[in-house]
Design a protein around this ligand. Sequence first.
Ligand code: HH2
Length: 288
Amino acid sequence: MSRTRAAGNTPRAGILTEDSGPVVVGILNITPDSFSDGGDFLDPEAAARHAVAMLDEGAGILDLGGESTRPGSDPVSQEEELQRLIPVIERIRAVRPEAVISVDTYRADTATAALETGARLINDVTALRGDPRMASLVAEAKCPLILMHMQGEPKTMQNEPHYEDVVREVKDFLVQRAECAISAGVRPENIILDPGIGFGKNLEHNLALLRNLEALVDLGFPVLVGASRKRFIGEISGVREAKERVFGTVATTVLAYEGGASYFRVHDVRANREALAVAEAVLRASRR
Ligand code: HH2
């Protein structure tokens, strides 16, 4: 049976409760080189202010990153990653202790320090392949875990992405990574799956995944979509400036919600939150 959105059939897992609707995940990149907001939030005070603004606009989760994974990016040292993340987590916790903070990292030591400082979710773009200690750490912490698909690695992933059948291959990969997480002791109800829009994927691949999200939703884990401001939106809309790709991003959010996704990782919280509220109301209305 297809799980494509109709009222009341959202898979419940991670931090979702029985009555939570779609969850907006606000992006906070504490980096000098992220593709759309690099350098904007390197100052911990500016980062914390932006975090609070996103919470006020309706973000249910904040996703903090200390290393860009944009195409062509280089990794940073773990020390640098921690120096960027920890002061910002501390500041957010001081002013909004109830905020749900996710950390975008593939390093177990970074995840440990972030969880100790008050983060509650781990967003691993390598789906537990980046650090052999990550699976057991998350299992022990009993925290939600986002498993994302990526072909290749950020430095070279957009050179020539290739698939026979992108939807089937992404689905098979995520099934295998979820099994790996569960066998390491991660609770199934803590797993969130993500097709990894733009990670080793061209325009056609991204569109196929967004159009066929139910292939992932049908696996029974909640699905997160992160299309915000990405290059394929610029290719379609002709908007070159990443920060101005908000309207195209909103289209992906609404369609992904209709396709069954539960979490939406975005830079522009208010626009996506309002669009989701309207989409939710329409989809809850009865159909003749
Ligand atoms: N996309 C980015 C980073 N992390 N995590 C998940 N789970 N899903 C995504 O689609 C995803 C992600 C890339 O976007 P952004 O954080 O805005 O840029 P950068 O990697 O340049 O910091």
